[in-house]
Design a protein around this ligand. Sequence first.
Ligand code: BYC
Length: 474
Amino acid sequence: MSTIDLQALIPNNVHLGENRQLQRALEHWQPAFLNWWDEMGPSDFKAKEVYLRTAVGVDASGWASYGYTPMPDYRWGIFLADKEEGRKIGFGDHMGEDVWQDVPGEYRSTFRRLIVTQGDTEPASVEQQRLLGHTAPSLYDLRNLFQVNVEEGRHLWAMVYLLHAHFGRDGREEAEELLMRHSGDADKPRILGTFNEPMDNWLSFFMFTYFTDRDGKFQLKSFAESAFDPLARTTRFMLTEEAHHMFVGETGVGRVIKRTLEVMKELDTDDVATLRKAGVIDLPTIQKFMNFWFTSSLDLFGSEASSNAANYFSNGIKGRPDEAKFADHLELETEMSIVVPDGQGGFKNETISTRNGMNEITRLEYVKDCNVGVTRWNMGIKRAGVDFELTLPSTRFRREVGAWAGNFTDPQGNPISAADFEARKDQWLPTAADTAFVKSLMNRVTEPGKMAAWIAPPDRGINANPLEYEYVKL
Ligand code: BYC
């Protein structure tokens, strides 16, 4: 097991103290990070004590400690999962060779670009969520928001460590740049689309942590297979923290639905206007928010057919999530089928090499995983005796990246004209009025144990504490 230095300026299990140059470089980046947190992180809660989980090791049985801390004092550390002695590359053209402890020169720029892309999403999400603390529906939710935020900060540290440790001066420059781009900035936006979307209400936050953090899960799983062992070990540990983020999303959306169902029963109605007047979010609006965040997250997997993705796989850079469960780890001559527009207003099957289809394979695994929570939400709706089913739209709907970008379909994936899409999009996606309504419900609740009227309480508190626990000392 690795030794953990928790007393160091930067807590770590990578023997930072033995590499003075690297330590100095990271200690130089640290004030820039704290400055970024101060300017772009959660606004106005700096001095408040928050009941937070902090990573203090990588042992599955006890990797975190819980306690009150003001967020700027959070101990952001560098933790890699333990080294697996004798680990071999598990896929692609280097299959069976020893994994790499450093980046081979020929793959350096590709690794750097991917690590930067991954790193960019972490502070981006904190920036997107910057103002949400002011409208938290409970102290429990406020604490969860801040937990997610500090851990995204730690994930940024994880990528910055790799850039500093393995990419020399270029890496240090990229680490600086990670603090310079900002979500939604007209001149220097974040790299990937979803991370520039505004997030000004908690329904969007829950959808984001359900759907977009789940893209994170799948991308991290792909990196966890990488031949570059420090990347694989870093991302394996990040996945441990990521699980809570998706829990926040799944239970968050579930609690919104539960509360709506309660009011539907009380008032014996499914009339949207009546429910909105009663202060809950109607199910069709929840479906629209789901359509938006799910489709935006689908784009994060890249094009259906991608020679980039084929190269990542061939070269051992990125595998498929849970690569071991696939029968063929070379996919040298194999082919697969994807659905693309036929150029005449319809669609057709196209055969591509499996290596070129890696993004699509990962995306389809992601869709399956997304459906697990949707099924659970639907079970709640069915149990309440309400005739309504939430459904994930087709992977062809509202795409801005890949084969379907610039093509219009309905949520079932049937091609339609641009004019038809324009005429019907308000039925499928949140309108300005829908968002304004959801925002109108966002009033802050600060009494321990109390919830805003549009959301049901969670089943239990955090770390076996009661719901009434003072999760944030305001
Ligand atoms: N928006 O060949 P293609 C997370 C670019 S989330 C804008 O299909 P490729 C988290 C693409 O970069 C996980 N641009 O792409 C969640 C490429 O540009 P260049 C984040 C896009 O390379 C919540 C070009 O289009 N991690 O951790 O096969 C909170 C050609 O595309 C988009 C990663 O993404 C888009 N949506 O695959 C906090 C992993 N999609 O290079 C955190 C690292 C594509 O030609 N990234 N493009 O200039 C990757 O593995 C790959 O870059 C992608 C794209 C899977 C994103």
